[in-house]
Ligand binder design. Structure first.
Ligand SMILES: [Zn+2]
Ligand SMILES: [Zn+2]
Length: 496
């Protein structure tokens, strides 16, 4: 879109008869208009646009209607691409890497038009495209006096974190919740979310993975049955709605702008949030200037740990699981040069014995391996013991089906790459890692893998073995991490 500027008012080119239109990127200000309180705005448009930044093409309203809302101060036109002395930068995703911009002969602005390649899958951000945001009043939602109806009880560890969280919400502060795998982190959030809702705050829970959004939605809905909850991920049907509680993948946050008073980032250490500055940029854009930010993790990275120790980052730890049993501590078992043995289509004797024993006693187990290339051979060898044994990896088209069959008990042993290090919870299993010395098994990966064991209250214990050909610093750090959590839990009386 190109605009004309008349008396400090932007006029879209199709609505003007003048001819000196400019692209929005080339206009210095966004010329916001004063709010006309008597204007009869569209509540449909309000619900679509509130807290969002959408491309003009994404808005199913006529340009005349949209423009009336601008003239009356209810929305804002914003540029998509900024030009700085270093080149272009993308307003939506923060990309400033010039290699990730391209340009084309644009039919709309009839010029060479640069666009951002980085976030193109969410609609093209170019020099002549326009982002539209709501600047009118926010939608009002009926909030019951007690929005939270959950009646479970929190463990003392959960309770401590929940109290800190409420404080952070009330003071619009930041807080890192460092909770061991199986601490029951969703329940910790309930009271804090309830507090936010009671004061009219809008809440977002963002997580890197679509599966988690889908899994969390019914749990949040049943804790807050009278509150609208929307779930956003690629292909979700809720994308044009607004609600007091939004669950979203971190990618979906790119469509939000100053929307949330409380934002919770789940698995903050997990790929891709930790390695992708775009997603951190998105979080900053999506929250209001005054808001609380809550980070959840079981395995904070080194920088964060140092900041916590130095008192530079507010954090609360939950060192114990809700069922009051200690975390299973990994045991290191030397298994020789397993790669060499594997070339002869065999596995180390102690690894074979471990698998055989599990088949005999009928206890399910995960066997983690470092790479897909080993996985197939290992599965083939193990299938000679029991044909029901399967392997799973990131590109496996049958991944979901195999995990479901494992959950139902149909698959006795599942061989896996680190893809299953998080999220999958199966009661009463043991876990082993083959080749625990491999680079891929970082402290955090090993802590997450160990966290698969003993999660349910019915089966709170289990075995976690690291079969290795030379112990690494990461292995030792992982073991220490778990032991320290157990020590802290004992000190606070969180475990029996
Ligand atoms: Zn253009
Ligand atoms: Zn971009």
């Amino acid at each position: 879109m190109r605009f004309l500027l008349e008396n400090n008012i932007l006029i879209p080119e199709p609505l003007s008869d003048k001819s000196d239109a400019k692209r929005i990127t080339d206009i210095e200000s966004s010329y916001p208009q004063p709010l006309n309180p008597t204007f009869e705005y569209s509540t449909e448009l309000q619900h679509l646009l509130y807290g969002k930044q959408l491309l003009l093409d994404e808005i199913p309203f006529s340009l005349e209607n949209i423009h009336q809302h601008y003239l009356n101060g209810y929305l804002q036109y914003r540029r998509c691409i900024s030009k700085t002395k270093d080149g272009y930068s993308c307003v939506r995703c923060g990309n400033a890497d010039q290699k990730l911009f391209a340009s084309f002969g644009c039919a709309r602005c009839k010029q060479d038009c640069a666009y951002c390649r980085k976030c193109i899958n969410m609609g093209r951000m170019s020099e002549c495209s326009v982002l539209v945001s709501w600047t009118g009043p926010s939608p009002i939602f009926e909030i019951p006096e007690k929005p939270l109806v959950w009646e479970g009880t929190l463990s003392p560890g959960q309770q401590r974190a929940s109290s800190e969280l409420i404080k952070a919400v009330q003071t619009d502060d930041q807080l890192l919740i460092w909770a061991v795998c199986g601490a029951g982190k969703t329940e910790i959030l309930f009271e804090g979310i309830g507090t936010a809702l009671q004061t009219g705050k809008k809440v977002c829970l963002a997580t890197p993975r679509t599966d988690v959004v889908i899994e969390l939605a019914p749990r949040i809905k049943s804790a807050f049955p009278e509150i609208d909850v929307i779930a956003l991920y690629g292909g979700s049907e809720d994308r044009n709605k607004t609600a007091p509680i939004t669950l979203a993948t971190t990618h979906q946050l790119l469509r939000f702008y100053k929307a949330f008073d409380m934002i919770i980032i789940d698995e903050v250490d997990a790929f891709p949030y930790s390695v992708e500055p775009m997603l951190q940029y998105a979080v900053n854009q999506a929250k209001k200037d005054i808001s609380s930010t809550i980070y959840l993790t079981a395995t904070p990275n080194q920088t964060w740990k140092k900041e916590i120790q130095a008192g530079k980052r507010k954090a609360v730890t939950i060192p114990a699981r809700y069922h009051r049993h200690a975390l299973p501590v990994p045991e290191f078992i030397w298994c020789g040069n397993w790669e060499k043995i594997l070339k002869k289509k065999r596995l180390p004797g102690n690894v074979m014995a471990w698998v055989k024993n599990h088949l005999e006693i009928g206890k399910q187990a995960f066997l983690f391996v470092p790479r897909i290339t080993y996985l197939e051979n290992i599965v083939k060898i193990l299938q000679t013991l029991d044909a029901r044994i399967e392997g799973v990896h990131a590109e496996d088209p049958d991944r979901k089906d195999k995990v479901a069959r494992y959950r139902s008990g149909e698959i006795p042993i599942l061989v896996t790459t680190t893809i299953l290090e998080r999220g999958v919870t199966v009661p009463n299993i043991d876990v082993a890692v083959l080749g625990a010395e491999d680079k891929i098994f970082t402290e955090s990966a090993l802590v997450q893998i160990s966290g698969r064991v003993g999660r349910s209250a019915k089966y709170p214990t289990g075995e976690i073995l690291f079969f290795h050909y030379g112990r690494t610093r990461e292995m030792i750090k992982a073991k220490k991490h778990i032991e320290n959590m157990n020590k802290e839990a004992i000190q606070h009386g969180f475990i029996d």
